[in-house]
Ligand binder design. Structure first.
Ligand code: SAM
Length: 403
């Protein structure tokens, strides 16, 4: 299946900008932090449809917001579904030997295998991995192509472990302890370099694009964590992105960008139940603290790791109150607050469905901004998916070269 040519990307980018802007008052606010999202009054029919969804409908739409959606009459579901559709990138070569997966987690290995099969490696290019961790990808590339691979990683312990693994497998990998944001990184890139980056975060992959533009090298990038960026306000990296944001009055903040990567591979049932209870309790505490303080505003409470959650709601409230410097009076009706928490969770989960609908469009929009940046710099660019969504929802891949 062909990947999308640039002209198509430009029109998608433009349409996505328009829809993100048109619906920004609905998808940007976090329903969790408000007793009732401010947009509900302005969209009574949408609110009614959402709050009227059964638990089964809710679960189905959480898993798949695109098909047979009861929201289709209220939101541009079909158009968004079309705009986020991308074909898989053409994969090459045989599957990799299973023995090579040693020391790599199961899902990570499958991602690496899929990513490598989408890499278009030409005979004379020098391979360089950006933000390599323990260099699992580099090792596999070195073995697959029988050539040396350079790898840049900041954390000393990961570099050490990566060198040990490469030596044990006799894979010709050179791991450099290097901050990829430092100026001297430029010395690693030239026109014959092919930089590969699997799940490099925000500023780290944006830095890569700028270095690649300066050096004219080839890039294969699967971006991740767009919100891991210094700037509190997102400034599009492409000229077209900036122009579109300006003409549609779309202004994105770092917090908005987190939505793009909120979808994760479905957790096991036990973990989901734990998360659900934690959220209901946080909302129950929210009801309590608003009454206690006489102030109708949200107080963020830190998350508790899986094993650290108290067994009882009242103990949780005492813990949360202490964190927020509040004293809980005796004789509180904890049952009432707990059930208010569950009630709010039911509402919040339904209102959140709107954000689910705009999650992939936002991710696609951010990826298109990167594609466009490279296009504008004269690169030939393709975008597609490198693996199935069930392996990772961060499955977008950008391939760019100058010739
Ligand atoms: C999300 S991990 C991805 C690792 C690997 N590519 C993978 O897919 O498993 C990001 C990696 O970037 C590294 N990193 C973070 N900041 C860095 C920097 N400024 N320079 C180089 N590496 C950095 C982290 O230590 C981490 O290993």
């Amino acid at each position: 299946m062909p990947t999308h040519p640039a002209s198509n990307i430009e029109s998608r980018f433009s349409r996505l900008t328009a829809l993100l802007a048109e619906w920004q008052s609905v998808w940007r606010p976090l329903p969790f932090t408000q007793r009732r999202a401010a947009w509900c009054e302005r969209h009574p029919e949408l609110t009614e449809t959402l709050l009227g969804l059964s638990d089964a409908q809710l679960a189905r739409l959480q898993a798949d917001p695109w098909h047979a959606s009861p929201l289709a009459g209220r939101l541009p579901v079909a158009e968004l579904a079309g705009l986020v559709e991308l074909p898989p990138l053409a994969a090459k070569g045989e599957p990799l030997p299973a023995a090579w997966s040693q020391h790599v987690g199961g899902r990570k290995w499958q991602q690496i295998e899929a990513f490598i099969r989408c890499l278009d490696v030409t005979p004379h290019e020098r391979l360089l991995e950006w933000c390599a961790g323990k260099g699992h990808l580099s090792r596999t590339l070195a073995r697959r192509h029988g050539r040396e691979v350079g790898a840049l990683e900041w954390q000393a312990s990961l570099c050490e472990e990566g060198r040990r693994l490469a030596a044990a497998q006799q894979a010709p990998v050179r791991l450099y302890r290097q901050d990829v944001l430092a100026d001297e990184v430029a010395g690693f890139l030239s026109a014959d370099t092919h930089v590969v980056a699997l799940h490099a975060c925000g500023d780290l992959h944006l830095g890569l694009l700028e270095r690649a533009v300066a050096a004219g090298c080839t890039v294969t990038l699967a971006p991740c964590c767009y919100h891991r960026t210094q700037a509190a306000d997102y400034r599009p990296v492409s000229q077209l992105g900036r122009a579109l944001c300006h003409s549609h009055s779309l202004h994105l903040e770092r917090n908005d960008l987190a939505l793009a990567v909120q979808e994760t591979v479905t957790a096991p049932l036990g973990v989901r139940r734990h998360r659900e209870r934690a959220n209901a309790w946080r909302l129950g505490f929210d009801e309590l603290q608003r009454e206690l303080r006489g102030e109708d505003t949200y107080l963020p409470v830190p998350s508790l790791a899986y094993g650290q959650m108290p067994e009882r709601f009242d103990d949780f409230c005492h813990w949360a109150a202490q964190r927020k410097g509040l004293t809980l009076p005796d004789g509180l009706d904890y049952r009432r607050y707990e059930s208010a928490g569950w009630q709010r969770l039911a509402e919040v989960s339904r209102l959140e469905l709107v954000r689910h609908l705009f999650r992939r469009p936002l991710e696609m929009w951010l990826a298109m901004d990167r594609v466009q940046r490279l296009e504008e710099a004269g690169f030939r660019v393709e975008i597609g998916t490198f693996c199935a969504h069930r392996l990772t929802p961060r499955n977008l891949c950008i391939r760019a070269r100058t010739s």
